[in-house]
Design a protein around this ligand. Structure first.
Ligand code: 5RP
Length: 220
């Protein structure tokens, strides 16, 4: 990552911090942008946090922030996470870090989802450059890959990577994502798919996008 991109990530994380209230239970995403936010969290007295990955959980706990089980905290007021791509409808591709399933669960369980990105993540159509990560039960890997090829996709097995849930990831290129909502559902309907990295049903409510000129805010 260039120094410039790193600076943009820090700027957008600082902008996101302003949305967090004292005493909140915060949903916390995964990735290098979120890591910039985690570094700032000690400035706010949270009641606790729900982590979207083991990596995030470890970082939060290292700072003394209590990590809670989503099953016992009910609906969250706020989830903050990054993304690999975002389109003008604030629909996303996520899962570059492999945490897509837990990220989608926490996003779904939150009243508001704020997504933080630097301007390199902005696209007019999802999936043209970044592949769609698809979490798959290990036994179904070859079957799901064949189904993805029938859809025009080019699945690539993420070698040596196992998700927090013990599954594998197929990074899928060349899917024609004219409608992100439709493609999300089509992928979900393949037997053996646990979750896919298109966030259309759980798109961002607010997008913070860091540009050289400053951080812009878009709402849906
Ligand atoms: C992890 C994700 C991340 O949000 C996404 O990969 C963006 O990461 P980064 O902030 O490092 O660019 O979906 O599964």
């Amino acid at each position: 990552m260039s120094q410039q991109q790193n600076q943009l990530k820090q700027q957008v994380a600082a902008a996101a911090l302003k949305y967090i209230d004292e005493g909140m239970i915060l949903g916390v995403g995964t990735g290098s942008t979120v890591n910039c936010l985690i570094d700032l969290l000690p400035q706010i007295k949270l009641k606790g946090a729900v982590a979207s990955s083991q990596v995030t959980q470890d970082k939060l706990e290292a700072l003394g922030i209590e990590v809670m089980d989503l099953n016992y905290v009910g609906e969250l007021d706020l989830y903050i996470d990054g993304a690999d791509e975002v389109n003008p409808n604030l629909q996303l591709i996520k899962g570059g870090g492999g945490a897509l399933t837990r990220e989608k669960i926490v996003a779904a369980a939150s009243k508001q989802f704020i997504c933080m990105v630097d301007e390199s993540k902005w696209v007019t159509q999802l999936g043209r450059e970044f592949p769609v990560p698809i979490e798959v039960l290990p036994q179904a890997r070859s079957y799901v890959a064949r189904e993805l090829v029938k859809l025009g996709g080019e699945p690539v097995y993420r070698e040596g990577f196992v998700t927090d849930y013990g599954n594998v990831i197929l990074d899928t290129y060349q899917l024609d994502i004219d409608s992100a909502s439709e493609m999300e559902q089509i992928l979900n309907n393949i037997v053996g798919v646990v979750c896919n990295g298109i966030f259309a049903a759980n798109q961002a409510d607010t997008l913070l996008i860091a540009k050289q000129s400053g951080v812009e805010t878009l709402k849906r």
